[in-house]
Design a protein around this ligand. Sequence first.
Ligand code: ZN
Ligand code: ZN
Length: 327
Amino acid sequence: MPEIIELIFSDLSAQFLSPRKRLFIGYLACAFCIAVLWVCVINRTSLKKGLVMIFAPAVWLSRSSLFDVFCFAINRVFFSFLRPALFTHLTIATIVYQLLHLQVLMPIGALDYVNYWVATSTFTLVYFIFDDFSRFGVHYLMHRIPLLWEFHKFHHSAETLTPLTVTRTHPVEGIIFLLRTVSVQGVTIALFVGLFGSKVDLLTIYGVSVLGMVFHSLGSNLRHSHIAIRYPVAVEKIFISPAQHQLHHSRDPQHFDRNFGVVLAIWDRLIGSFHPSIDKEIRFGLTKSDADFTKSIWSMYLTPFINLFRLLGRLKIHAPKGFERVK
Ligand SMILES: [Zn+2]
Ligand SMILES: [Zn+2]
């Protein structure tokens, strides 16, 4: 028993102390500085008023934010129990690597004469783009497939956004995204080791991907906040701004299914779901028809399963011709 408590405690502390995690205190400090710059310097608000706005009690002490804290704690405990039972990222990456090389008979190190820095920079960039595309793709499916939307509603049920809202996801969605991560790692490592041999490496600082660190240092935590930082439209067509992700959380039907992207906006532009940020206050959350979803913490965790069984019950399974039941 003390072992599991130790595991939960180390997992919880890692969420804020490891630069691999989005909620790392260093990234939160960067987000705070950017928010102060945006509110006080760009929008010309006094420092006192700016700080009151950033730490608005109506946001941070709302029922929705309190639910975020409970969900964060429940999810961390759940994943602390589950993680030892799951394959590690490296194990799955190795399995995918072996499968690709054994099944496709890909030669190892076909381009191993290429300079180390060229190989490593290319790998870092391709991994970042593939990772971003796969996040976009899975997020798109979570909205478009009714069975998956039942679980993704959990994230969209937030009515106020704080950096902790990023962790407000149903464990089923957490598992789907975990499988996405290991698959992307496995495929990219397999392809690049196939091309460049063992010299390929990820550009890292203290073991953290450089590009991921840049993204988080530039205020990724403000995507889930009430500070609507907007970029010029030309920039928003390339990189998703915090205000664009806030629009993704809008309860207004005209904003539904917009801005699925994480870092790059090009994927949304390719499928027509791109929407620039708007200079208007946005109300977050689900529509009235889902008002019961946030009745309690437990309804948030259980309703997706109840709705899943209802949806499955509505699916009509037709017997193939010749197999109809004899009257
Ligand atoms: Zn979404
Ligand atoms: Zn979100």
